[in-house]
Ligand binder design. Structure first.
Ligand SMILES: [Zn+2]
Length: 493
């Protein structure tokens, strides 16, 4: 994956924004009134108070003094953090994965580096501790090393992986190399004990991961097959003391089974990993393994009790101020809890997956939160993931249990419709009426019936191109954009 191609796809994504969603996200935040959030401490009361506060005024803590002291970088981080929170800009304009490539001091001797994924560095009197280390591709491991070195010359003492995703675990080698050259002790690498199994799986399924991630990101991904495994692991929680500073590590299944969030009480900094990413949580990803909604909610509520001053997320921007940190944590918890509880209630009634995905909706009062927009994942996918966690792959439609091959299904529907040209016409008409869900279905029948029909692929490219332009979530756009390109190639365009 090249830096240029990814940034091109991000630009494309921003240019294809739905105006409606942009306005929705912007207007509410700009008009936000000033409300102080909850004072209660009990988890139950806190959740209730969040709901009441949100219903009373869908607003946020107002602007407040930002990070003390002059910026250590270009000031882009603090500027973006304030503008995103107060609605002067949105995640549709500044996607959480945006490569800002800037540093900011977020507490005493504590640095935040904002790129595709984020890195937080803590200086101690025994060396640096990094929470997450950056990606295999964007930014390059060398770029992360360089960014940190602009701020501190201390040796890397410990690197903590918040989880084993490949955009978080590739930053150690330049520091290890440097340590060798300078005769320093090698850095310690810490992570949850399940990370090793993830790396093993990534090696086993490197081809598959290359395919799905190229599709998701719209750029070729050469999936890595060599990893720096943690040399120090833990199970439920652990405390690392490095020099004068303690780091509390807690395991929580959520986006992954190997996730760690980190609380640094002396700095009042909370590193959430990908449990917060300034978007609808990555709890539904259609091409990835299982996510864990209920445990995710618990972890967010536990983090909210800490009264952190700064939240440093896995992607997206920092959140500064106790009220704001509590709000992003508790609102995200409520969002996930609602999807979870609605889905489970319907499952318990014996509803089909079809009924459930078209019935469950996120809480109305949270739909305009600037940090809960559908710029990456979508609530509909979260619902499917909850079904998969508690149920099987059978969706309760008996024709799907042992289905006829799609080519036969397409041929049968085409015969009923009066031929493939009739299906093409119908798909076009549905597209023009704006019913893209149905239009896609009809054109897929046509493509299944006649996979080499050039006219089918001309329209199929148009249908998915239109659909891609109307969607906002990276995952959705990735799949539809891939289908568009696939058909353009088959149509000889
Ligand atoms: Zn991530």
């Amino acid at each position: 994956m090249q830096a240029e191609s990814a940034s091109e796809s991000q630009k494309l994504m921003r240019n294809r924004l739905s105006r409606r969603k942009l306005l929705q996200a912007g207007v509410v935040a700009i008009g936000a009134a000033s409300v102080g959030l909850m004072a209660c401490t009990e988890e139950k009361d806190a959740a209730k108070a969040t709901r009441e506060a949100a219903q009373a005024a869908p607003a946020f803590a107002t602007a407040q003094p930002f990070v003390p002291g002059p910026p250590v970088g270009k000031g882009l981080v603090r500027d973006l953090a304030e503008k995103l929170w107060t609605g002067q800009t949105t995640t549709y304009q500044h996607h959480p994965f945006e490569v800002v490539d800037d540093i900011e001091e977020i507490a005493d001797r504590t640095l935040f580096y904002k790129s595709f994924s984020n890195v937080t560095a803590f200086e101690t009197d025994q060396g640096l501790v990094l929470i997450d280390t950056g990606s295999f591709a964007i930014p390059s491991p060398a770029a992360v090393h360089e960014a940190i070195r602009k701020w501190s010359e201390s040796r890397l003492h410990t690197a903590v992986y918040t989880h084993g995703h490949v955009d978080h675990v590739f930053g150690v080698p330049p520091f290890a190399e440097e340590a060798k050259g300078k005769g320093w002790e090698q850095p310690r690498v810490v992570g949850h004990e399940a990370i090793a199994a993830r790396f093993d799986r990534y090696k086993l399924t490197a081809g598959y991961n290359g395919v799905i991630n190229s599709r998701q990101l719209g750029a070729a991904v050469d999936w890595p097959t060599s990893y720096v495994y943690p040399d120090t692991t833990y199970d439920k929680s652990t405390v690392l003391t490095v020099g004068d500073t303690s780091f509390e590590l807690y395991h929580a299944r959520g986006e992954t089974d190997d996730h760690t969030w980190v609380w640094v009480p002396q700095r009042k900094v909370l590193c959430s990993g990908d449990l917060i990413i300034w978007a609808v949580p990555n709890a539904g990803n259609p091409q990835k393994v299982q996510r864990y909604c209920a445990e995710w909610v618990q972890a967010l509520r536990k983090m909210a009790e800490l009264n952190a001053e700064v939240l440093s997320p896995g992607h997206g921007i920092i959140v500064v101020g106790q009220d704001r940190v509590r709000q992003i944590l508790l609102d995200t918890a409520e969002f996930l809890q609602s999807l979870h509880d609605q889905t489970v209630a319907l499952m318990n009634e014996g509803a089909t997956l079809d009924t459930i995905i078209h019935t469950v909706k996120p809480p109305e009062q949270l739909k305009d939160r600037p940090f809960l927009q559908t710029v990456y994942d979508e609530p509909e996918y979260v619902v499917r993931n909850i079904w998969r966690l508690y149920g099987g792959w059978y969706d309760f439609n008996p024709s799907h249990l042992k289905p006829a091959p799609e080519a036969e299904q397409g041929a049968e529907i085409a015969a009923l419709a009066g031929g493939v040209p009739a299906l093409i016409e119908r798909a076009r008409s549905l597209m023009e009426q704006g019913n893209l869900r149905l239009s896609c279905l009809v054109i897929e029948w046509a493509a299944a019936a006649e996979p080499d029909n050039r006219r089918v692929h001309e329209l199929r490219a148009e249908v998915y191109g239109t659909r891609n332009s109307e969607e906002t979530a990276t995952m959705t756009k990735g799949v539809f954009g891939f289908a568009e390109r696939e058909s353009r190639a088959k149509a000889g365009e």
